[in-house]
Structures are given as C-alpha cells and as structure tokens.
Design a protein around this ligand. Sequence first.
Ligand SMILES: NC(=O)NCCC[C@H](N)C(=O)O
Length: 485
Amino acid sequence: MAKKATTPQLMVTSEIGTLRRLLVHSPDSGLGKVVPSKAQDWLFEDIVHLDTIRRKEYDYYTKVLLYFLDPEKVKGKLSAIDAPQRKRNFYKPGHKDFFKSDKVIELQWLLADILNDQKTKLKLVASVCALEGVAYATQMHMMELDADALAKLFISGTSDDNEMLFAPIPNFIFTRDIGIVINDYVLLNKPARQARTREALLAKYIFFNHPLFAAFQSKILEIPEKHHHFLNPKEGGEKKVTLEGGDVMVVSKDHLLIGVSERTSWEAAHQAINLLFEEKVVKKVTVVRIPKKRDYMHIDTVFTQVKRNVWVMLGNFSKKAVKRLDEDPVERILENAPKKDEKISLIQFHHKQLGKPVYFDNLEALLEDISKNDLGCKEKVKFIYSGNNEFPYDAREQWTDSCNLLAIKEGVVLGYDRNDKTVDAFKHAGFNVVHVADLLQDFEAGKTSPEQLKDTFILMPSAELSRARGGFHCMSMPLLRDEID
Ligand SMILES: NC(=O)NCCC[C@H](N)C(=O)O
C-alpha cells in the first residue's frame, strides 16, 4: 500500500458517525504462546485457543467490517473465501491472498510497508532490540529479514523458523489503545503497562513513517512527560504520565472525554488537556475519573455510545446508585469511609474558562448533556444498563464487555453474544438482535444490506475473545467516520 496513491483521510468527530476507515490487528501467533504463568502480566485473563479465536470469532469481525466498509472485498465471495482449501489465507497479512483493504486496515500490513524503507528498518530494529534486550548478533540477523517476516516477528516475538526471541504483544488486537484520532489529529498513547510498551513503539513508527499519515505529520501529538521527570525520586509513583486510548472518547467535534483510571493518570489527563487546548483541537474536555480497578480498566469498559440518544453503561455509576447512597446516611458513610476512591467523578473544563470547571453528579447527567447540548438531540435520552442492572449479571456482563460496543454506524453496534441480560435490555429498548453468521448469510443472499440495517445489535461469538478482556470498542481504532449532522 505504501507506494499506491491513497486518499489520506483522517477525521473522527463522534463515536457513532458511519465508520469508513479503521485500524485493526487480527490475533497473531503470539496469542497462542501466552503461558498461564504470564497471562496476568501480559494482561490476559486466561490462555486462549488460537484457532478458535481466529476462525470462529475474529474472522467474523473482519468479514462484517469489510461488508460495511469495503464490500467489494467480500460481497458474493464469502463461501469461496472460507473454503477449507483456502486455509484462511484471505485473513493472513503477508499472504498473497490477504484482503489488503485500505478501509479495514491491518496494522501488520502497515508495519511491513514501513519496513521496506531501509532507514526505518534500521531504526526500528535497533529500537525493538534495545527494548527487548536482544543480542547484537540477533539484531544483525534481523536486518536480513524481509519486511513481512520482520513485521511478523516484531508482533509475535517468534521468528519464521519458530524460535521465540522475545515476548509476544497479545494485546495488539486492542488497537484502540495505541492512539486516538481526535478530529484530524492523532494523539499517541503512553501505555501504563510494560506488556504494552512495544505496541506503542510500533504505533509511533507507523504514524510517523507511513504515507497514509504523511499529510498529518504536524498533527500527531505526543503527550510530554513532566519537566525533569527523570529527576523524580518516586519512579513508577503516582505522578507517572500514562494514557491509553480506551480512556479517550471523541463525543463531538468540540468535546472530548478523558478517563482517569487504572491506566490513565491525572498527570496525563492534565498534560493532554493543556496540549489539546493549546493546539485548539477541541473546546471542551471532561475528565471522567473512575475507580482504579482491573474490572474497569478504561472508561470504555463502563460505557459507550450507541446512538445520539442511546448509551450503554454500568449501573454502578448511575444516578440511582448515587441517590441510594444519599438517602441512606449509614450506607453512605460505610461506602465512603474505607474506599473513597470507589466513586466516579466528572469535571468539565472549557478552554476559555479553565478556572471555572463544571461538575456533574453522575454519569447519566454527563451523557444526557452530551446528547442534548453537544449533539442537539431532541428525543428522550435512553440508558441501557449492563446486565439489565440486575445483580449479579450487571458485574458479570460488564467484566465480559457488555458496555464496550463498537458503533459501526449510528444505532448499529457490535457486541459479545454472551451478555444475555444486556442483550435482552437492548431488545426491550426496541433493538433488533441478530447473530453475525446469520447476518452475513442474509447479506450474501441479498435479503438485507448494511445500508438497510437500523437499530441493530450484532451478536459476535466471544468465548475466547472475552478472555483477553476487551470488546469491539477496544478492538478498533477509527480513522474516519462520517460527520453526524
Ligand atoms: N480499551 C480497552 O478497554 N481495551 C482493553 C484492553 C485489554 C487488554 N487485555 C489490557 O488489559 O490492556
């Protein structure tokens, strides 16, 4: 793709405008190398079965994305693509039959592209080897590899002759967390966890070197560390500047949400606000502070947007939960005393009145304000709750990403098929629910089309994927969405 003239387009002004272009990464062989003793360090909840996660789960995601964003690649061809003798070659970056879409863009493909340039190759080999403590002789050997083999090695950690040279980066499938497009800017991430450091390095090289982003070089933003941070005696302490894309949501062209969470620090939110206001990227930033908990990780694990007036969220941050505490003083004292970090707090900054922030009491109040005041929505704003807000399904289903949905166009979302109570709540709210396999069959049979779909929850198989602890919002980095009027 590097040498082809592509129309470089980067523009995301909402969470729900029709998706036109995104970055993805399909599960590579590194996921099949996660061992139980490293699963937690590598941020997986369990080990996964590679063939199942690919063939029975993620490949459906690829197909449905292509059907919506780049239909010529798949329309009328699905049974041939999936024929056993084709050995999934369509889905394998580096294979001659790979789908090579410039709408559903595979990161490994972009990485191989930039590695065709000798100077970039030299720099990136040196950087990866320094990061992973690779011996000099191996580094020299890596310089001999061709671009496809090297890209594969950088991601999976394993060479073509099956030698594991360094750890895999199994979380690279969660492309949301490598960077975020805000209007026509790209904000690069600073991962909080060691296991995701190589992802950030590869992403940085791709954004600064791939022709797809050539026109946007001055708009790639890196969050600065604090001045003289290296002199700070508290290494790894509270003041670390870390920010991951799951904590950044572009809810309108003027308004950005930044989560402060297990992964994104106050310090990073602070630096990002200054930078974005300085560059005039947005006019308003709301900081959504959530408890630092593995269950919640990023703000997109507790809420996402479905339509202008519909949101899915976890009931713990609802006004009902807040009100219940207000009405029962004993509970409030008990709730607040031992773990005051357990509540959500919402503070909104306007670039012209930085000293006068606006506070919201609960998540619904903020989301309703966005729907009505940022998006001009006249209809009643609706909230669909994880697990239909019934204990214990609310917590169980949030854990398996009931709140982490990807809007492929307004009202049409992709989510896991295992969150039964949440799906029931969607039905109750008037949404159609369809399994992706049936939907693709209907597309192929011409019974329906992406354009015809409205208010639909597309059920995606999830037994293995959910063990990696992220949903389709996490598995997508939108580059281009239509503006919503
Ligand atoms: N945006 C997201 O919420 N991403 C999910 C990342 C899951 C990954 N296993 C992690 O723990 O970083």
